[in-house]
Design a binder for this molecule. Sequence first.
Ligand code: ATP
Length: 331
Amino acid sequence: MHTITLINGDGIGPEISESVQKIIAASGLEINWDIQTAGADVIESEGVPLPDRVLESIKRNKVALKAPVTTPIGKGFRSVNVQLRKALDLYANLRPCKNLPGVETRFKDVDIVVVRENTEDLYAGVEEKIDEDTAHSIKIITRKASERICKFAFEYAIKNNRHEVCAVSKANIMKLSDGLFLESFRNVAKDYPQITSKEILVDNLCMQLVQDPTRFDVLVLPNLYGDIVSDLTAGLIGGLGVAQGANIGLDCAVFEPVHGSAPDIKGQNKANPTALLLSAIEMLKYINEYTYAEKIEKALFKTLSQGHKTADIGGNLTTTEFTNKIIENLL
Ligand code: ATP
């Protein structure tokens, strides 16, 4: 039996986590969930939002499913998400964005995978105040991190039957930093002649994504562009309630939805569990449980095609009703 770390999170986290646990159990796959609390709720008892026991659990089990966790603002704590990524060296942020049956969107046949570098760029947090009126933020790009994220993108493409990897940059302006990213991409691409490699400037990419997103396959981007573009692609397929994600390193992987803890709808049985469920499906594939992953995916797609949806994507079901419909479709 697999033992997997489960972070239930806060806000809508516990509701969508319960839904996903029920669906996986109903599929017949037994998982021993190593439940770990984190975030605002544990600060009072343990002093920090991300206690060491959570990191130890993920290091031990190698895989985690994580519902959204809120980091209290203005209390001096670093973001739980950023800390997790740093401590476990989860260098690749993976966001597959594919149209879901039954979810109305502007474009059909969107099937893009965004691979975002997770450890450096402007997110390294190297900032300085020069004087009252001037601040500097330093963009760090290294060959090591660039090559490993590009390699990840090509390996993902091969493993998942993709045909093209496109590097995104602004190397025409940031000739040294984005130039190094692009040079690393070209070096790595040489080892993957079976995959088409392309390059695009980030501004042109954004325009083309909103004109015709079906032109794109796998995108690989430095951290900041990846953050922005992956929200754009999430919007193309129906928004936050259906956008899945994963943070992957050499030793561990944390699967989590793109959305936050949505405190505005907390405890109202309204939250859409789809993004966490899709993240869990990707997690099952990662641990080679393809049969169960496909079984659950089929049931989810069938449920959505039947018009059963939560309010955020135009339906009227509660979280519980939607969950039960998926379970009915598993059987
Ligand atoms: P964070 O800063 O923590 O990432 P955020 O500002 O991106 O959070 P979210 O918590 O993701 O915000 O919520 C943004 C909006 O999307 C809210 O109105 C919320 O209710 C809605 N939303 C987010 N996730 C879901 C979901 N799973 N189901 C339904 N609505 C959701």
